[in-house]
Write a protein that binds this ligand. Sequence first.
Ligand code: COA
Length: 263
Amino acid sequence: MMQLENLTTEIKGNILYITINRPKNLNALNIKTIVELDEVFEEYMYNDDVKGVILTGAGEKSFVAGADISEFADFTPAQGKTMSENGHDTFDKIENYTKPVIAAVNGYALGGGCELAMACHLRVASENAIFGQPEVNLGIIPGYGGTQRLVELIGKGKALELLMTGDSINAAMAKELGLVNHVVAQADLMAKCEEILNKIMSKGPVAVAKVIQCVNAHYRGGGYVGDSYQGEITQFGQCMETEDFVEGTSAFLEKRKPEFKGK
Ligand code: COA
């Protein structure tokens, strides 16, 4: 594992907490931070101590205020393309993570920050959170999946408005649009994320992973599981060969709580 410069990590109660830690820059995502995110998600992919992830930003002001503008201001087209490609790889890894990932959006989620939150499976925002894709102000477009995931989450008309105006919206509006799942007071943000994550983590982990794969297939031309409807059929059948399936159905019929092993 590389020495982490821009992230902190902690494991507590089977949850991996990842905090983007560049508060002086409002946690702006420079390239090194994305490389570190990639490494951390990779590192814990098969670690059984980790059953879910909460991703947040350091401080009370910002989740992530975007890609680090000072870093790419003099980029050539080729450098820009590489930056975008690498970001896509990492954000795809998060979106397809086989363990649930919740973004705890504790403040500004602009540009790459909004894109990072959208790559997570669920988003919980504090009341002070601000969302937006302000790239057009800089003469660029979102490069980490924003033109696609925003459409998926809130629909084409609203997405085009936010993407073309560069307008920011507050947490309440983000909730109304379906961009976030829940809005809570900042003091309650982590507890709300933990409550949801603990509930998901009590379910059959193989089944939860398959839900993620099948839902993502809807938006990715099937990518990970083949044609998306066929994918669901295949994945449904595969559930029947898991121990979790036997445990889940037996527990229901025996009127007791299931104890899933993720196998
Ligand atoms: N890239 C690089 N640095 C950033 C940054 C970004 N995306 N967002 C904020 N910062 C830096 C600021 O330059 C400033 O650094 P300084 O203290 O060395 O001058 C520091 O973080 C604090 O930001 P500041 O602008 O002073 O805070 P604010 O409360 O006045 O405004 C924002 C907050 C988020 C509205 C404003 O920082 C902003 O518009 N950021 C850029 C958002 C953006 O366009 N993101 C998309 C990038 S593709």
